[in-house]
Design a protein around this ligand. Structure first.
Ligand SMILES: [Zn+2]
Length: 108
């Protein structure tokens, strides 16, 4: 490990190798060194990439008649901005973060 780290988010996927390759491709321009699996990205972008991987490689559960994607571990909450009234979807993460409104940029 180049630096100490914390796990702040993860997703369940059906094909971890394919999901990892996809995330590496999406974040390739943010790779710290071409031959290492470390990326320097804003947390929101990393979460977005993992959510996309979960979307493309869902873990399907249930029966043939009622198939559904395994729910992910981290929930989303709607938070209304006190400044402009926009309803923001905010992820619960494994660490506390400052979240800004997607419309006005105010701290939620
Ligand atoms: Zn706002």
């Amino acid at each position: 490990m180049p630096e100490p780290f914390q796990v702040v988010y993860f997703v369940h996927v059906s094909d971890r190798d394919a999901a990892e390759r996809a995330v590496h491709d999406w974040l390739s321009e943010r790779r710290v060194r071409w031959n290492k699996e470390f990326f320097e990205v804003p947390l929101a972008l990393a979460v977005e990439a993992l959510d996309a991987a979960a979307h493309y490689f869902p873990v399907l559960i249930g029966s043939k008649r009622k198939l559904m994607a395994l729910p992910q571990a981290f929930d989303t909450t709607e938070v209304r901005c006190s400044g402009c009234g926009t309803r923001n979807q905010v992820k619960h993460l494994g660490v506390a973060v400052k979240v800004r409104c997607r419309s006005c940029g105010g701290v939620l």
